[in-house]
Unconditional design. Structure first.
Length: 343
């Protein structure tokens, strides 16, 4: 049932610019001022996290905007403590908005005596009183099954499709969507279908974690503009190597579209010096100044889709409708005014 009061947003320190942008977008959609609930999320001298909410939240539908990105443990604890504070303050419902769900890469046991940390984190979130999760591009779709509460998993690919249609509008026939590994084929195929573009795969063999021994291109990329699609870019080593291999196999240009720009360690330097023409990431993780200054890295905003998803959850309407271009396009009207009509 639609609620009579406005949805209430609160944010930790993980990505305050995104939280404020979501609030601004919701204000535009609602025609009323939607701000972040006044609260403080601070640390004692020993690093212990303290949360205090200054506004009355009794009976309110609360949305905590907090990606669990670097520092993952601190941001996760902030989320858990905020959820506990809201539950103890008699909030009607607490929804965790996780633009980036950390620990998602640990979704299975790859070796003996290793944890399934994504499941453990899911248990922690549910145990704290969170009743719903809204996230984007989980590393593996089956992570939704780790939760015993509703999970809405948004996709960056519809937004990327709008961006690609705008950036390559005169060269759409030359595009080739590329999955950087076999595990990401479903994600790449979905985007390829939206763009009516062919699909190629870079098959990689690892000797050990973080090091790629060999790469093979499956598909003919000769004279194609290759768009590598993946969910996470961490150190960018594999991504830059894949770009080199594609060019060696005859690709005309290589660009990359990545949902979550973790960009740790030497990632920005590698991308800047790589053969890639551009790397497009979302702002699900707060970009550093180094990322913002990089000439070949571009950031696509996620505030419009998250704002609309929050409103749809709040008023009980469809979230999956945001996967369609004719619904999502008008939300990004200021950025991609003409392209969504045909995508």
């Amino acid at each position: 049932m639609p609620r009579t009061s406005e949805p209430k947003l609160i944010s930790g320190n993980a990505n305050m610019p995104l939280a404020k942008a979501i609030a601004r977008r919701m204000s535009l959609h609602r025609g009323v001022n939607v701000g972040l609930v006044d609260a403080r999320v601070e640390r004692f001298n020993d690093g212990e996290i303290f949360v205090e909410v200054f506004e009355n939240v009794r009976g309110e539908d609360m949305f905590i905007i907090q990606p669990t990105s670097n520092p993952a443990n601190d941001n996760l604890m902030e989320l858990l403590i905020m959820a506990d504070a809201l539950r103890r303050s008699s909030a009607a419902r607490v929804t965790a908005v996780l633009p980036y769900f950390g620990y998602a890469r640990q979704d299975r046991r790859t070796k003996a005596r290793t944890p399934i940390t994504a499941k453990m984190v899911a248990n922690m979130l549910v145990g704290t009183g969170i009743e719903r999760v809204l996230t984007m591009d989980l590393h593996a779709a089956q992570i939704q099954g780790f939760f015993d509460i509703p999970v809405d998993n948004l996709y960056a690919s519809p937004v990327f499709a709008l961006d690609i249609a705008n950036a390559f509008k005169d060269r759409m026939d030359e595009l080739m969507i590329v999955s950087p590994d076999v595990g990401g084929v479903a994600r790449a195929r979905e985007l390829a279908k939206r763009l009516n573009a062919p699909l190629a795969i870079v098959d990689k063999r690892r000797e050990k974690a973080g090091e790629v021994a060999e790469m093979t291109v499956i598909g003919n990329v000769t004279d194609k503009i290759c768009l590598i699609v993946d969910d996470i870019c961490d150190t960018a080593g594999t991504l830059c190597k894949a770009a080199e291999v594609l060019l060696e196999n005859g690709a005309k240009e290589v660009h990359s579209y990545i949902s979550h720009g973790v960009m740790s360690g030497p990632a920005v330097d590698r991308v800047t010096k790589s053969v890639m023409k551009s790397l497009v990431i979302t702002d699900s993780i707060q970009p550093t100044e180094e990322i913002k200054k990089a000439a070949n890295i571009r950031i696509v905003p996620t505030a419009p889709i998250f704002a609309q998803a929050i409103l749809n959850i709040w008023n009980g309407t469809s979230v999956s409708s945001l996967f369609e271009a004719n619904t999502l396009g008008p939300i990004y009207d200021g950025m991609y005014a003409a392209e969504y009509a045909t995508r």
